[in-house]
Design a protein around this ligand. Structure first.
Ligand SMILES: [Zn+2]
Length: 339
């Protein structure tokens, strides 16, 4: 046990002092997919003090090709990613305190979740959530590290409130639009490359080696052998609504009501009730079976077959309706099943 971090403390930029810092720090990882599992594993092995991981999904067979940590058993049993990741990380390093939540991150809950953390790591697959992370980062003054990948292409940038430009400042300077939808497939090595950039930056932040941080926006294409590192030191905008002088945090403006959204490239609609509810999974399962639905459950979710669609309903009332991109239809299916 004593030797656990010896190779890391021998590295002079970390040393014993840096290691003590790493062990004191709290990191929030948003998303437990490819980037989430890879970043979480590296930080757990590095001995970070506390990890909070939040994810809205469950493990599917198509995840196993690149989402390290997940096992065939997790996909077979449709275990929520938050539950599976906590179990596997604890087996790697039981000294790390880990809180894992099955939740959809949105403008109404991220601020509360992020409070008290030293760093946020973006491991999401959509810009809607990244804008919320960006505003929460500025409001609470917590650094965050952007990461995205699609196909063989990846990018990363580190946002330090008060020092670097924020994501909102960069929006016009970077062609993000091509990265907003995961439709081109993905190869696993690009996940590792983005993760390497994110977790190296994370370690610098945790040991407080601010001078070592990369100040550029990196993009690379591992298949076509391209690498770019773009200087962003002049990209900060005084009139930015997220980090400028007269900031309004535009992406934290939350309107309540039932929310439906199409999950990009997945032929899936997510339906979220106005407020989280606490479903009794066993009651729901027997009611659905009595009504003639095909349904199965684990302690966290119910999987229901309805006509041609598949619906997964989580304990908090959130549902993923697979096999459709029609939000109105998904809402009708949801209302019919919940009664
Ligand atoms: Zn900004």
């Amino acid at each position: 046990m004593k030797d656990r971090y010896s190779r890391q403390t021998m590295f002079s930029a970390i040393g014993d002092k840096g290691q003590r810092n790493i062990q004191k720090k709290k990191v929030l990882i948003i998303g437990a997919g490819a980037l989430g599992t890879a970043n979480a594993e590296l930080l757990t092995r590095a001995g970070v003090g506390h990890l909070t991981i939040v994810d809205r999904d469950y493990v599917e067979w198509s995840n196993l090709q690149r989402q390290q940590l997940y096992l065939e058993r997790d996909a077979h049993d449709q275990i929520p990613k938050a539950i599976a990741i906590k179990k596997h990380l604890t087996a790697i390093n039981h000294d790390v305190s880990i809180v894992a939540c099955i939740k959809d991150v949105n403008a109404s809950n991220l601020e509360v979740m992020a409070e008290g953390h030293d760093l946020m790591i973006d491991a999401t697959d959509n810009f809607e959530t990244r804008w919320i992370i960006n505003d929460v980062s500025q409001k609470l003054s917590i650094p965050w590290i952007y990461g995205a990948c699609v196909g063989s292409f990846g990018m990363s940038f580190t946002v330090i409130p008060g020092k670097t430009p924020c994501m909102n400042c960069l929006w016009k300077a970077i062609p993000f639009q091509s990265m907003t939808c995961e439709t081109g497939g993905i190869i696993a090595p690009v996940v590792q490359m983005v993760t390497a950039h994110q977790s190296a930056e994370a370690m610098k932040i945790l040991v407080e080696d601010w001078a070592a941080l990369r100040k550029t926006f990196v993009t690379f294409d591992l298949w076509n052998n391209q690498f770019q590192s773009i200087d962003m030191t002049k990209a900060k905008r005084e009139d930015c609504l997220s980090c400028g002088k007269e900031r309004t945090y535009p992406f934290l403006d939350y309107t309540s009501g039932m929310k439906t959204m199409v999950l990009c490239g997945r032929d899936t609609v997510q339906v979220r009730p106005p407020k989280p509810i606490d479903l009794n999974i066993n009651h729901l399962l027997s009611r659905l079976k009595k009504a003639g639905y095909k349904a199965q459950a684990n302690p966290y979710l119910v999987h229901i077959h309805y006509e041609k669609e598949r619906m997964v309903l989580f304990k908090d009332g959130r549902a993923l309706i697979h096999g459709t991109n029609d939000m109105a239809y998904a809402k009708r299916v949801y209302q019919k099943i919940l009664g």
